[in-house]
Design a protein around this ligand. Sequence first.
Ligand code: ADP
Length: 588
Amino acid sequence: MLETYRRMLQAAGPVGPQLRMSQLLFALAAAAQGAAFACFYPLLRALFASPLNPTTVLGWFGVMTLLALVNMGLLWRAHAFDFNGPTADVTHDLRLRLGVQLRRMPLEELYRRRSGDLTDVLAGNVDQVTTPMGMLSSLVICTLVVPVVAVLVTLFIDWRLAVVMAIIFPLGLPIYRWIRRITGMEFRESTEAHAQTAAEIVEYTQGLPVLRSVNQVGAQARRLQQMLAHLRAVQVRANLRGAWPALLMASVVEIGILMVLALGAWFVLGGALDAAALAALLVIAVRFSEPLAILANITAVYDYMESGLERIEALLAVPPLPVKSPQQEITRFDISFDNVTFGYGSEPPTLCQVSFRLPENSLTALVGPSGVGKTTVTRLISRYADPQSGVIQIGGVDVRTVEPTDLMRHIAVVFQDVYLFDDTIRNNIRMAKPDATDAEVEAAAQAANCHEFIARLPDGYDTQVGDIGGALSGGERQRVSIARAILKDAQIVLLDEPTAALDTESEVAVQRAIDRLVQNKTVIVIAHRLSTVVGADQILVFDDGRIVEQGHHSDLLAQGGKYAAMWSAQQRAKGWRLTQGRAFAPAD
Ligand code: ADP
């Protein structure tokens, strides 16, 4: 519990001191309450005394009232942690910290996690940790301080009874351990199942159009239903298994209290204790039993919180790719790979001993069959992950010595699949340069050939992408992403098959936009259609993670190797056309 408490304070971050302060106030409030109980005994004795002395009675009553007021005041102050916003601050701060972590986490790690899983940590687990924070403090302190005070007060009444009460505490300990083991396990399992379900739901909803198209909605829904059924089973089991120890704990406490009272009654009958003392004891015993009985429930909340904490901590613990010192800045934009070998995770290398040099402001095409490592080359330039061996340099500077945000400032990427955020078209373009004026955004859109179709949208540049949904064609979306890249005006441009999924007409428009984007830039383009890279300054032909040929289009054709074979295959395919809508046949 102490360990979780320490981690909770750590999670509280900057409001940790406030949380600690609130806990101190809770402890003082509990102590004031305990002191008020201490007054019961003298008060009852004064009431039972004959002759009755009203001043003494009123005096003790006054002291009790005062202590009760102090207790109330302290509780109000202590609860400010919950009511005045610090809990919201902790939640906000924790989410921001996780957000920063997502930004600096190696991309490789980010891709490895399912998006629903990450959503669950940021949305679900954070609340799971912060919501009970304030409440837990008061409960835990109450549970610990009140029984201790109750035992101390009983010491003044009869030490033998105090000893009996003090024994009940350790009696509960093994049961407490048992509860923790079970609930800890169950909550971990339940949080895990929750995360998996969240991930499954996100994937299911995202994939619905595809699932419908292949008529597999039912099959995938069955997977989701199985996941939901599993979650339900885990939760039911957790509730059931947690209920027994909680009941047992409550029973042990009840029996202990009954023992104290029976013993007290016996002492009274034997004349060793007066009736006033027994009455006081009755009140104290009830107060003593309450916190102990709820200990089991508090434990459950602790475990619930801990299972969330574990997942948050695991995410925060992913180290960013280290920036080697001395840190350097990029001032030139030629790119070089020296004997770079890279494999994803523990898989065999995707790139083996790859070396090349791309002069500043040149256009290089990466070609080759799919799966040979072309995209991996572009990813490594933007430091998706570090290679297992070899060095990647931009302008003579090792990319590992450059601050990631600084590195990304110099690189614009245009992917085959375009992601547009549910925001206005204007903001979708502007995100490449947040301080860009409207005029700059529109100039970029003009250059990327999107101005015309944007002007036709209901609200022009202020049209919400979500509102028009799929109304933008693939080519239009691609041009918006090129407008982004033009606005960013980075010196290095990476193009990953930006026209591969487009029809010929869209391709022409996108190609024109690309031509404007790449002027005076160091460009790498991954190209499927070789006709688009005929004019490249340099073509690197990849096969099986290695560069097998390298040179200008005409040189490579003359070599008569792999490139020449790919070229003639594509030329031949061009010559094929659909005959009478039935079969493919050579054009001539
Ligand atoms: P290309 O761009 O030439 O089609 P890639 O660079 O995308 O090739 O992929 C090269 C190889 O690396 C492929 O076998 C692919 O399956 C594998 N690969 C790509 N991305 C990952 C990843 N995130 N995790 C594991 N393997 C990957």
